[in-house]
Design a protein around this ligand. Structure first.
Ligand SMILES: *[C@@H]1O[C@H](CO)[C@@H](O)[C@H](O)[C@H]1NC(C)=O
Ligand SMILES: *[C@@H]1O[C@H](CO)[C@@H](O)[C@H](O)[C@H]1NC(C)=O
Ligand SMILES: *[C@@H]1O[C@H](CO)[C@@H](O)[C@H](O)[C@H]1NC(C)=O
Ligand SMILES: *[C@@H]1O[C@H](CO)[C@@H](O)[C@H](O)[C@H]1NC(C)=O
Ligand SMILES: *[C@@H]1O[C@H](CO)[C@@H](O)[C@H](O)[C@H]1NC(C)=O
Ligand SMILES: *[C@@H]1O[C@H](CO)[C@@H](O)[C@H](O)[C@H]1NC(C)=O
Ligand SMILES: *[C@@H]1O[C@H](CO)[C@@H](O)[C@H](O)[C@H]1NC(C)=O
Ligand SMILES: *[C@@H]1O[C@H](CO)[C@@H](O)[C@H](O)[C@H]1NC(C)=O
Ligand SMILES: *[C@@H]1O[C@H](CO)[C@@H](O)[C@H](O)[C@H]1NC(C)=O
Ligand SMILES: *[C@@H]1O[C@H](CO)[C@@H](O)[C@H](O)[C@H]1NC(C)=O
Ligand SMILES: *[C@@H]1O[C@H](CO)[C@@H](O)[C@H](O)[C@H]1NC(C)=O
Ligand SMILES: *[C@@H]1O[C@H](CO)[C@@H](O)[C@H](O)[C@H]1NC(C)=O
Ligand SMILES: [Cu+2]
Length: 598
């Protein structure tokens, strides 16, 4: 295996795994500091107290000893219905770790995997997927918090309902959180069908499917119920993009494990008097790619296309490459291709973010390695040290190897496109278009204990307030008064970020200044002019980071991407939703219904 410490400039054996229990020590020091309030302001330490108290350390795992699994694919473009089941399985996630109990999607119990198979659809060709529930546990194996608004099936069991994130289709195929069903046949109030119909009329892009059951999503997704979905569209693809074995999907997640290989999930709540088990954010101390802890991938000195999903509950990733001559050439985002490539030395992905990047290893010497590292703080962007052991700095290794033959070398003549698609244009008028603002707050009980995180002070179960009319344009201002960033996801459409603008939340909360709804904002709370969306906000998005102490202005048109009608009735069925994609927040209670009207 060679000298592991020499392989990576930023991670060495004592920082990731290794024999001296460096992780445990770092964590214990961090834990002590958090308890003593040494490194974090008391308010934020309290917010995450349950995580610190419930903290366990994964057993020491040596990085880069398991190969990256290439996710299996199933084509769903021939008009036949694919039947995918959710099963309870065990799977080895690192070769030094006992098999982990998981829930996973697959066409049978034997073939179910975590992550699930990648479904490949073709643009403008309808796909049909039936999601069966074969999980016969009487409850989730990670602790369900029964005090939340949750599915609560009358005969017990593990409810599921699958949402295809980023997909545009009628709401009875959207995986409405109250439309869950159990293996025993119980179902939630908005259940209509397990058969989902995806018209795939939207541009070529990477989507992902995952469980969305009300009050359980953080648990079922952490347990493994997620997989990728690719809409292909040959006419949209720039020519000569890396393809076949040079096009690889990466699902990045974090987990902490018990010694026996099972997932460690905190089960003492942040304020047990309100919620005995709910914690505001799950942060694991190991990083998995495609279901393997710190894998390696052998690559040729060539261009590769990586389609990357941040599939974590709450952890952001800021990816960097250990060799500074290499860049991420970003060609796509949530909603498909960007107009022009972005050349980036780092790339930040909030939970549910997807990026499509090319990395050119062409000048790398065979026999050397490049490491993909992570530098995003958790929570984002204001770190609490105890949640950021050195182990989370490392993601995976790329080992450069030689191609066997010259002939196979010359076949791979991949190019980096200079132009992918037309730039989107935004026009709006706050006098005539619908304006909405959304504020994020924490709700405390009379004793100051956390109850939940809310948007516009409303809960999932409160009456719908977002009822856009088909064909119209809306401007949404996400106004974040909380100290952490929240990735906000809106179902049904892709939107654009107009700009973001910082304000002084302390002064606003103390009523010392104003935020006025005009363009540009004239409110005296603002500390800067409106900023153009930067690389984390650019292009057609379905999930967007609402940074703390900032207004993030969204342009939303309730049409298909081209501005025309949806090829389905968006007013029919149980309706859609919008929510925070920190799964722990979405479960309590940063999630709101969204009903489209004619
Ligand atoms: C459609 O494709 C699936 C998966 O590729 C395959 O199992 C099935 O037999 C095909 N059906 C038809 C009618 O070709
Ligand atoms: C798919 O349909 C859309 C809308 O009907 C159309 O604009 C687009 O050109 C079609 N694309 C392909 C690849 O067929
Ligand atoms: C599920 O079964 C376990 C073990 O038999 C039991 O301890 C637990 O109370 C059961 N849970 C429910 C919700 O019935
Ligand atoms: C769902 O699909 C199955 C085939 O897998 C079919 O038998 C059933 O009738 C369909 N149900 C509905 C409500 O369309
Ligand atoms: C970094 O990559 C360049 C080629 O892009 C290569 O020449 C150099 O040797 C690499 N550096 C290390 C430390 O591997
Ligand atoms: C590879 O190295 C050559 C010569 O230094 C340079 O011109 C070229 O831009 C490099 N290519 C990449 C992808 O780094
Ligand atoms: C490789 O691509 C370039 C640019 O697209 C083209 O000029 C060249 O002929 C191609 N070479 C081969 C061997 O296909
Ligand atoms: C916005 O619409 C109103 C009402 O139609 C109109 O008076 C105003 O000039 C428009 N503003 C802009 C900037 O177009
Ligand atoms: C939100 O918008 C309403 C008008 O719709 C306005 O009265 C209120 O001041 C705005 N709130 C903030 C924080 O800008
Ligand atoms: C924000 O407002 C507070 C309270 O008025 C003030 O103390 C602080 O200096 C302001 N911060 C910035 C960056 O303007
Ligand atoms: C994008 O903007 C955010 C918020 O201002 C900032 O924290 C981040 O560093 C910026 N990213 C880049 C790549 O400039
Ligand atoms: C769409 O569905 C709604 C609710 O079922 C119905 O009232 C409406 O007529 C439908 N619209 C079209 C264009 O079919
Ligand atoms: Cu949130």
């Amino acid at each position: 295996m060679g000298n592991r410490a020499r392989r990576s400039p930023t991670v060495n054996a004592s920082r990731v795994g290794g024999s001296d229990h460096g992780i445990g020590l770092a964590l214990k020091i961090g834990f002590l500091a958090a308890v003593l309030g040494l490194q974090v302001s008391s308010g934020r330490a309290e917010h995450f107290q349950c995580l610190a108290e419930g903290l366990v350390y994964s057993p020491t795992l040596t990085p880069f000893i398991d190969a990256l699994p290439i996710l299996s694919t199933i084509e769903i473009m021939n008009g036949s219905q694919l039947v995918l089941g959710a099963y309870k399985i065990t799977q080895v996630l690192h070769s030094n770790l006992s098999a982990t109990t998981l829930y996973a999607y697959g066409t049978s119990e034997d073939t179910a995997t975590y992550p699930g198979p990648t479904l490949e659809a073709l643009r403008n060709t309808t796909s049909y997927v039936r999601f069966d529930n074969h999980i016969t546990d009487n409850e989730t194996f990670l602790t369900t918090d029964r005090s939340l608004a949750w599915a609560n099936p009358p005969s017990g069991g593990v409810p599921i309902v699958t949402h295809l994130h980023g997909g545009q289709f009628q709401s009875d195929s959207d995986g409405h959180p109250n439309g869950w069903y159990t293996a025993a046949g119980d179902h939630g109030s908005t259940f209509t069908t397990m058969n989902h119909t995806y018209p795939n009329t939207q541009p070529a892009s990477l989507l992902f499917y995952h469980d969305h059951t009300v009050g359980l999503t953080r648990i079922t997704v952490l347990s493994g119920l997620t997989g990728l979905y690719i809409i292909r569209s040959p006419t949209e693809e720039p020519s000569n993009l890396p393809t076949e074995n040079n096009e690889i999907s990466l699902v990045i997640q974090d987990k902490t494990f018990w010694e026996n290989g099972s997932i460690a999930f905190p089960d003492t709540g942040v304020s047990p008097e309100n919620h005995p088990n709910w914690c505001p954010g799950y942060f694991g101390d190991t990083i998995l790619v495609n279901g393997i802890v710190w894998p390696y991938l052998e690559v040729y000195p060539e261009k590769y296309r990586f389609r990357i999903l941040n599939g974590a509950n709450a952890r952001f990733f800021t990816l960097t490459l250990s060799n500074e001559t290499l860049q991420f050439i970003q060609i796509g985002t949530d909603g498909g291709f960007l107009p022009d490539p972005l050349y980036l030395t780092e790339i930040t992905l909030a939970p549910a973010y997807r990026v499509d990047v090319i990395i050119d290893f062409g000048n790398m010497t065979t026999g050397t390695s490049v490491y993909m590292n992570n530098s995003a703080p958790a929570p984002f962007p204001d770190s609490i040290s105890v949640l950021n052991p050195a182990t989370v700095n490392s993601v995976m290794e790329f080992r450069i190897i030689a191609r066997a033959s010259r002939r196979s070398r010359s076949r791979n003549n991949y190019t980096i496109p200079s132009k992918m698609t037309a730039a989107p244009s935004i026009t709006y008028n706050l006098t005539t278009d619908v304006y909405r603002n959304m504020t994020f707050e924490e709700k405390l009980d009379a004793d100051g204990n956390r109850i939940h995180v809310l948007m516009n002070n409303a809960r999932w179960t409160d009456p719908v307030t977002e009822t856009p009319t088909l064909g119209t344009v809306e401007i949404w201002d996400l106004i974040n008064f909380l100290p952490d960033a929240h990735p906000i996801h809106i179902h049904l459409i892709n939107f654009l970020v107009v700009y973001k603008q910082s304000f002084n939340a302390t002064a606003y909360t103390a009523n010392e200044c104003s935020i006025l709804v005009e363009y540009p904002y004239s409110g005296s709370c603002f500390t800067e002019a409106p900023q153009e969306p930067n690389s984390t906000l650019v292009g057609w998005k379905d999930t967007v980071i609402a940074y703390p102490s900032m207004v993030t202005r969204l342009w939303i048109r309730w049409t298909n991407r081209e501005g025309g009608p949806f090829p389905f009735n968006a007013t029919e069925g149980p309706g859609y939703l919008w929510h925070c994609h920190l799964l722990d927040h979405e479960d309590n209670d940063m999630m709101r219904p969204l009903v489209v009207r004619e």
